[in-house]
Design a binder for this molecule. Structure first.
Ligand code: GDP
Ligand code: CA
Length: 337
């Protein structure tokens, strides 16, 4: 296998990619060429405009993580970060004060926003940013593609007794960062998604791949939005590559983030099998051939097999690149001829 395409959110996807690339570099993935090319199709529905800057959290988390610039403790933003701009803005009382923009990180957003203002599409802007972060280490063997160049934003409806409708709609980042996903998400609105067009290279990356992987990313607001870009789902159904996913739900709970709240709001069972069945088997109109669940969720395999999925239970905690490479290896093993 030479061409591997990964549909990624932010932290879960980035950490998985780290393990995948480690597995390729150390020759531990069955049937995968040492010079395999990894194409990441990243969610952009978390993106927001703030203080006049375009911020792309998932693209940046993948870029900083794989480029060794991430803050390892937070799992987002830059290492050795300082917060002077944020403090000065707060002193002016400028909202939104809840969104963490570090000084180093702001440089990325300034470059991105300037290029967008000059007329470059997000895909080209991302390529330019990756020339600093990814190209020196990976050359042409790693590509980061936004799922779309169009503006798509996930919004969340929450209860608000003071609003005339009894509801208020907030940007996904406000729900996650300011409200800490502590109030129920009554509905999700994917603004612009249905009208969006896949970014350059996205459909081909799926169609021409030798393998497509769906990492443990949020199944609703990360992978769900990528699948919601018109023609992406069709490309997954049509590709000759096997499509394998790894469960972000372990023991009935998300490992981090807010997948539980998001799955509940769209009426999907919060379990490893629930997410696998939600994606569905390609043989039955879904997008997957195989689905890995954690070793503790082995009792759910029968339901997955019945639905037509290749499935296995293995350790699914991404504790370090070795453990994560073993997960990637197991995912490939599930569909290897
Ligand atoms: P986000 O954009 O930051 O939300 O990151 P993702 O969209 O990639 O989602 C993170 C998802 O990955 C969450 O649903 C977590 O439950 C899941 N996750 C995080 N760490 C692990 C892990 O070590 N193992 C597994 N199986 N899932 C994980
Ligand atoms: Ca995200």
């Amino acid at each position: 296998m030479r061409d591997i395409t990964v549909l990624s959110g932010g932290m879960g996807g980035a950490r998985f990619l780290q393990g995948l690339l480690h597995g390729i570099a150390t020759g531990r993935l069955p049937g995968v060429d040492p010079d395999a090319v990894v194409t990441v199709v990243a969610n952009t529905a978390d993106d927001l405009w703030i203080h006049g800057l375009k911020v792309c959290p998932d693209l940046d988390t993948v870029m900083y993580t794989l480029g060794d610039g991430i803050d390892p403790g937070r799992g987002w933003g830059r290492r050795d970060e300082t917060w002077s701009v944020k403090e000065e803005l707060a002193t002016y009382g400028v909202e939104a004060t809840w969104f963490g923009l570090g000084d180093r990180d702001i440089a990325t957003h300034l470059v991105r926003t300037q290029m967008l203002d000059a007329g470059y599409p997000l895909s080209q802007v991302t390529e330019a940013l990756c020339a600093r972060w990814l190209a020196p280490t990976y050359g042409d063997r790693l590509r980061l593609l936004p799922m779309t160049d169009d503006r798509v934003e996930t919004h969340v409806a929450i209860a608000d007794a003071e609003a005339p409708s009894g509801r208020r709609v907030v940007h996904f980042q406000e729900y996650w960062v300011r409200l800490r996903a502590e109030v129920p998400a009554e509905a999700l609105v994917f603004v612009g998604l249905e009208e969006s067009t896949p970014g350059p290279g996205v459909v081909d990356a799926i169609t021409d791949a030798d393998l497509v992987l769906v990492p443990p990313s949020n199944p609703v607001v990360s992978v769900g939005t990528i699948l919601g870009v018109p023609r992406v789902r069709e490309a997954l159904r049509a590709t000759r590559a096997p499509v394998v996913g790894l469960s972000p739900i372990v023991g009935g709970h998300h490992v981090r983030g807010m997948a539980e709240q998001m799955l509940t709001s769209i009426g999907v069972e919060v379990s490893a099998a629930g997410v696998g069945l939600h994606y569905g088997a390609r043989s039955a109109g879904g997008v997957l051939d195989g689905w890995l669940v954690d070793q503790g969720d082995a009792d759910q395999l029968a339901r997955l097999h019945e639905a037509g999925l290749a499935a296995a239970a293995v350790p699914l905690m991404m504790t370090d690149p070795d453990a994560t490479a073993a997960m990637a290896s197991a995912a490939i093993g599930l569909v290897a001829p």
